[in-house]
Ligand binder design. Structure first.
Ligand code: THU
Length: 143
């Protein structure tokens, strides 16, 4: 297996999370788009969860990698996303789609989002509040 190298700007914890997201991408089920995505996140207790995109013949039933990882976190008792990585198949890193931003917001309004390209060498980071400044969050329901 080809050894993955990743950029110098990350901590060891981040590098491990990035490698997990790249590994999860290999399990993507993406026969329709042929665009595999992996994700890995760390929760408030330091536990990690991974996900990949899982497409479907009924296209809208497909799930993005980030939401797969988040659903796994919540279903296993995790409460808050501290950091989430999205590992793309493209030359450039990609940040999560709008629907994933909404779900990240729900469980990680202070979290950092790390986007990496297909090699893991190009890394971009942003806070969810920068990516999604006017999010519809739970408080809005009571306001
Ligand atoms: N996809 C993700 O899993 N995460 C993203 O951030 C962008 C898009 C998936 C959805 C679909 O399976 C494929 O990539 C092409 O859109």
């Amino acid at each position: 297996m080809k050894k993955q190298t990743i950029g110098p700007t990350s901590t060891q914890e981040e590098k491990n999370l990035i490698l997990k997201a790249i590994e999860a991408k290999k399990r993507a089920y993406a026969p329709y788009s042929n665009y595999s995505v992996g994700s890995a996140l760390v929760d408030e207790k330091g536990r990690t969860y991974t996900g990949c995109n899982v497409e479907n013949a009924c296209y809208p039933a497909g799930l993005c990698a980030e939401r797969t990882a988040i659903v796994k976190m919540v279903s296993e008792g995790g409460k808050k996303i501290k950091k989430i990585v999205v590992a793309a198949s493209s030359e450039e890193p990609v940040f999560p789609c709008g629907m994933c931003l909404q779900v990240i917001q729900e469980f990680g309004s202070d979290c950092e989002v790390i986007a990496v390209n297909k090699t893991g060498k190009k890394i971009q980071k942003n806070l969810i509040r920068t990516l999604f400044p006017f999010a519809f969050d739970p408080e809005k329901l009571n306001g």
